[in-house]
Ligand binder design. Structure first.
Ligand code: GTP
Ligand code: ZN
Length: 355
């Protein structure tokens, strides 16, 4: 059962101390305020945090959808207690809605982030950059999906434009209406791997999930004809098994990626600018009036788009204001979480590293 949900030898190894303590493993498929829905070899259980974990969670963060956890349960009542969270391989992090400083991990242990944008509405390159940066920063592989190809007059030129922006990740063109491109999408998720979809409201994420599942499990919405944008629909927020053996997590929290949280992700998306800046005469060039500034020259000669440059500076400033270091923020959050966990469980450092 849990093999289907991605249970692996590495996880088994990390789980050993918990197995010795008499606990069994499970994966959170729905995160809820009080009790989480957890898939286990004994079926789905409704699990609450132990008192001790609840206490630690204040420092180390709460377990989230996609997390592997150590459980105990009394026979037969469908309820369980979560005693520990295994180290995460990847984490999708966003800033909490109510605070600039608080980070929220909204999905753990994901392998692929599908960045979804539609081909019918006006294409917004800046927004795609932000989504891509968030995707890179999670530690998972980003893949761009362009939806509603049936509504686009010249899909080729738009695809080419986007491929340049999304340098380094695959760009897939799909149309659920025409049943186009869905198989190549499935090729990007291996059995046991977990993917998430991010993208603005109305781009067709739920429709895609339904198509992948082969049934209408997600509530979709009818698009507002006037502005080609969508309204929010409530979704089935859970980690679900796809027929091909992969897993998909469709949660509203992931869709609403706010500000980008990592300069690592930013650098990947703005790789060309980073390259340019390396040609400046001074290593700490501020790209203002310094002599020998390669960025200024590129701007003057029209080799670097002025809007793109402005956007890059704006995002850089936002990140600097947050004190973001070169480390991926997701990794930093995870490091702190593990440090807190180690204090509690004296986890073997090597076991953590091996994951
Ligand atoms: N023409 C066309 N319309 C599509 C396609 N895929 C989705 N749509 C339509 O786009 C609208 C929005 O689709 P949803 O799947 O609800 O969008 P969403 O991204 O899940 O939206 P939120 O739940 O608000 O985040 C619906 O009316 C769909 O029928 C497609 O391939 N072609
Ligand atoms: Zn410079």
């Amino acid at each position: 059962m849990i093999e289907q949900y991605g249970w692996s030898d590495a996880l088994r190894l990390a789980f050993e101390p918990h197995a010795r303590a008499g606990y069994f493993p499970g994966r959170i498929i729905v995160q809820q305020r009080e009790a989480h829905l957890v898939v286990t070899d004994e079926g789905n259980l409704s699990a609450r945090l132990s008192g001790r974990l609840r206490h630690e969670a204040r420092e180390a963060g709460h377990p989230t959808a996609g997390d592997w956890v150590a459980l105990s349960a009394k026979a037969g009542d469908g309820k369980a207690t979560i005693h520990a969270v295994l180290p995460r391989r990847t984490a999708f992090v966003r800033r909490a809605a109510d605070s600039v400083q608080t980070l929220q991990v909204i999905a753990a242990n994901i392998d692929v982030v599908f960045v979804v944008t539609s081909m019918n509405a006006e294409f917004n390159p800046r927004r795609l950059e932000r989504f891509l940066a968030a995707a890179w920063q999670s530690g998972a592989r980003p893949v761009v999906i362009l939806t509603k190809a049936d509504l686009c007059e010249q899909p080729e030129s738009l695809t080419a434009e986007i491929a340049i922006l999304a340098a380094g990740c695959p760009v897939l063109v799909v149309s659920v209406r025409q049943d186009l491109g869905l198989n190549s999408l499935m090729d990007h998720i291996a059995p046991g791997e977990t993917c998430v979809l991010i993208g603005s409201s109305g781009v067709g994420k739920s429709t895609l999930v339904n198509a992948l599942l082969g049934e209408d499990r997600m509530a979709t919405q009818d698009i507002r004809a006037s502005d080609a944008r969508g309204r929010h629909t409530t979704s089935y927020r859970q980690l679900v098994l796809l027929p091909g053996g992969g897993l998909i997590l469709d949660t509203p929290g992931i869709r609403e990626v706010g500000l980008i949280d990592a300069d690592e992700g930013l650098n990947t998306v703005f790789d060309d600018i980073e390259q340019l800046a390396q040609n400046c005469r001074f290593r700490d060039c501020g790209h203002g009036s310094e002599p020998g500034c390669a960025v200024r020259v590129a701007l003057d000669e029209g080799l670097l788009d002025a809007n793109r440059w402005t956007h890059f500076q704006k995002l850089s400033r936002e990140l600097a204001a947050l004190g973001v270091t070169k480390d991926r923020m997701a990794q930093e959050v995870e490091r702190r979480r593990q440090a807190a966990l180690q204090k509690a469980y004296r986890f073997n450092k090597k076991t953590l590293r091996d994951l």
